[in-house]
Write a protein that binds this ligand. Structure first.
Ligand code: ADP
Ligand code: MG
Length: 161
């Protein structure tokens, strides 16, 4: 996919309370301004890559880009599950992500168990693929080297800095 890697950064906002955290898979939501700036070639589906909260460590992540039923499917959302256990929530902090690979398109599920199983399988795929040298090197990208100020309005989207 020629549009990857894709880098973006924005404040973590409240999602629409589907209780992802209750499923053990919290997803940090980007604001509309970040989602609206996605180029057309970044389609919906499940992606994997690297994520960093403020100036913290860089972790593996999986991200879902999809249509938000809450807004009658007129608004896209971007939700990142960071593959790491955090001591506290990080609403209001700056999330930086490098999307480096695509896992699968969005799909429907007939049960919650089926959904959870699919997400766990996405997480396993992300963990394995991100250990490939071509993906590991993106963890060292300059994108993650610059210090992020915690001002809420800091937003960045782009294929390359
Ligand atoms: P919301 O509907 O507000 O997005 P979630 O249940 O999806 O609620 O929880 C997301 C929030 O959980 C994030 O905004 C973040 O503050 C926190 N969080 C804690 N651990 C993680 C993690 N590993 N990945 C993503 N978010 C996490
Ligand atoms: Mg969420």
């Amino acid at each position: 996919m020629r549009s990857l890697p894709y880098f973006c950064r924005g404040e973590v906002v409240h999602g629409f309370g589907r209780g992802s955290k209750d499923l053990g898979i919290p997803t940090a939501n980007f604001p509309e301004s970040v989602v609206d700036n996605l180029p057309a070639d970044i389609g919906t589906g499940i992606y994997y890559g690297w994520a960093r909260v403020d100036n913290g460590d860089i972790h593996k992540m999986v991200m879902s880009i999809g249509w938000n039923p809450y807004y009658k499917n007129t608004k896209k959302s971007m939700e990142t599950h960071v593959i790491h256990t955090f001591k506290e929530d990080f609403y209001g902090q700056i999330l930086s992500v490098a999307m480096v690979g695509y896992i699968r398109p969005e799909r429907g599920f007939t049960s919650l168990d089926e959904l959870i199983a699919a997400i766990h399988s996405d997480i396993e795929e992300a963990k394995t693929k991100l250990d490939l040298p071509e993906h590991l090197k993106l963890k060292e990208d300059n994108f993650f080297k610059t210090s992020v100020s915690t001002t809420a309005n800091q937003i960045l989207n782009g294929h390359r800095l």
